[in-house]
Design a protein around this ligand. Structure first.
Ligand code: ATR
Length: 276
């Protein structure tokens, strides 16, 4: 049986095994999918061991996405732009790395959420690894303009430069967000995990119209609570993105596109009750 796994640290909370089992059942694929809970120092050895034991591919999560790129002999364009990989495939003599985070997000936004990103005014909060993984595919949707705002403005400017600073892309500090409002606000910061809250000016959000999306899932974040209180049209968490990025890696490995809707709905009912 073909072996796959998700590798991360910690990874015991990962929904990837359930998602891939759901896709496999739906498409009639017989796979064995496990979790590899591996600290940074053991990452490379764990990947090589898994490969030598006949493993076919890995989903890669925090904190190994940058290191995964370094192991690959062949890097897909999205992973190169993102500077990180979220899946590895083991071919006969080469490790291939790719990144489906951005395309998974775009798929969730456009197909599950029904948004047309072209012509939209988008605000991307954060300029770390999570933001870097999604910026390229978002720009590929031709938004009217996209502002990357980060607590440390220099990182936002560097991210914009790494994407060639096209005319519709701006970068600034969180403090520089002025009176301009946005159609879509994406939170790709780790503010939820830090003690200091992220203060956003109320003007960035138009009540009844702006859609807010947090890349995190599983419980309402402070950003989602703020968005709801400010009256945004819709608040989404990152569960849909998680399922879509998994579907893309499943398709790359097995050549079959699974139907994400039943898997997302099953997870939604399992994850929702944990939200306070
Ligand atoms: P990740 O891979 O999750 O993106 P990261 O690369 O460490 O992790 O990036 C974390 C992001 O969250 C950064 O954009 C960080 O801002 P800085 O570049 O200024 O550090 C942002 N972040 C973390 N805590 C934050 C907070 N309390 N308020 C606002 N932004 C925060």
């Amino acid at each position: 049986m073909e072996r796959y796994a998700v590798i991360g640290y910690p990874v015991t909370h990962s929904l990837s095994p359930v998602i891939h089992a759901g896709f496999a059942a739906q498409t009639g694929k017989e796979i064995h999918y496990e979790q590899l809970n591996v600290p940074t120092s053991d990452f490379e050895a764990a990947v090589q061991d898994f490969r030598q034991a006949g493993g076919c591919g890995l989903n890669v999560t925090v904190p190994h996405k940058e290191a995964a790129l370094g192991l690959a002999g062949e890097v897909m364009p999205q992973a190169r732009t993102a500077g990180a990989a979220n899946w590895l495939a083991f071919r006969e003599d080469v490790i291939v790395a790719g990144n489906t985070d951005g395309s998974g997000l775009v798929c969730d936004l456009t197909e599950a959420q029904g948004l047309d990103l072209s012509g939209m005014r988008i605000l991307l909060l954060g300029a770390g690894g999570a933001a870097r993984g999604i910026l390229g595919p978002l720009l590929g949707c031709a938004p009217k303009h996209l502002t990357v705002a980060n607590r440390t403005p220099e990182r936002a400017h560097a991210l914009a430069q790494a994407h060639g600073s096209p005319g519709n892309l701006e970068a600034c500090g969180l403090e520089d967000l002025g009176e301009v409002s946005f159609d879509l606000i994406l939170n790709a910061t780790a503010a939820e995990l830090s003690a200091s809250p992220m203060n956003l000016p109320p003007s960035v959000l138009e009540a009844g119209s702006t859609v807010c999306y947090d890349l995190m899932y599983g419980a309402d974040t402070a950003f989602m609570v703020w968005a709801r209180q400010a009256g945004c049209a819709r608040v989404c968490d990152g569960l849909g993105m998680l399922v879509e990025q998994a579907a893309e890696s499943f398709e790359l490995w097995h050549g079959i596109r699974p139907d994400t809707t039943p898997v997302r709905e099953r997870l939604r009912s399992a994850v929702r009750p944990r939200i306070p």
